[in-house]
Design a protein around this ligand. Structure first.
Ligand SMILES: *Cc1c(COP(=O)(O)O)cnc(C)c1O
Length: 222
């Protein structure tokens, strides 16, 4: 029988890890399920997959409480831009946040984590291609934001970035890896459907894969 897309992607991750002399177990595969209905998500859960990523709080709140009731060990990752007024819902629903990128969000998330007594590990998102329309902090702002988040009681586990479309992502992955090293951070959330193998070779610990797993999205959903 042919491999499922999930198995094929996992095996490509493991191969890329081998080439880079890394352990496959260091790399988490986040299935990006934005725009996908529960009927598309359930087969992955039934096959044993547990890590999923969403980019909108509202959409995630409509889908995941019911799925979490059936599969309590789901690990849900917030990978999209987060508005401060959604901090309470995000802290309640997600297990990781990849898009922490500004002081006002640090403040809101820290407040909610205390209030809900729920610590959510976060990645600092870096605007690695210095694109005006993209989320993420400036490259130079990483040390200051890291210090602010840490002193607010938020655990920062790594850096996250989305390189510019239609450009070779390799220099951006290498730069993000260098920034993480300099900051003393181990986690690297980088690599999507088109470039996760390159990301793994450059040190990614969390690849975020949507279309390669589920097929093309119906509309441009970000
Ligand atoms: C949609 C999305 C992904 C997945 O993209 P694919 O190209 O479908 O694999 C990864 N990261 C972020 C931040 C996204 O918004």
């Amino acid at each position: 029988m042919a491999n499922s897309p999930l198995e094929a992607i996992r095996s490509n991750i493991d191969k890329a890890a081998g080439i880079a002399d890394r352990k496959p177990s260091e790399i988490a595969l986040i299935a990006v399920s934005k725009t996908r209905g529960s009927e598309e998500i359930r087969p992955l859960l039934e096959s044993g997959h547990r890590l999923f990523g969403e980019n909108r709080v509202q959409e995630a709140m409509e889908k995941w409480p019911a799925l979490k009731a059936d599969f309590p060990d789901i690990e849900l990752h917030m990978i999209g831009q987060l508005q401060s007024n959604k901090a309470a819902e995000a802290v309640a629903l997600f297990d990781y946040i990849h898009s922490l990128d500004r002081p006002s969000l640090i403040k809101e998330l820290a407040k909610e984590m205390k209030r809900q007594e729920r610590q959510i590990p976060c990645f600092l998102q870096v605007n690695i291609g210095e694109e005006p329309q993209k989320g993420g902090c400036d490259i130079e702002a990483v040390p200051e934001l890291l210090a602010q988040a840490t002193s607010a009681g938020i655990e920062i586990v790594g850096l996250m970035a989305v390189p510019p479309d239609h450009e070779n992502p390799v220099p951006y992955f290498a730069l993000l890896a260098k920034l993480a090293r300099e900051a003393g951070l181990v986690g690297l959330s980088m690599g999507m459907s088109g470039d996760f193998e390159q990301a793994v070779k450059l040190g990614s610990t969390h690849v975020r894969v949507g279309t390669a797993l589920f097929g093309p999205r119906p509309t441009a959903a970000g």
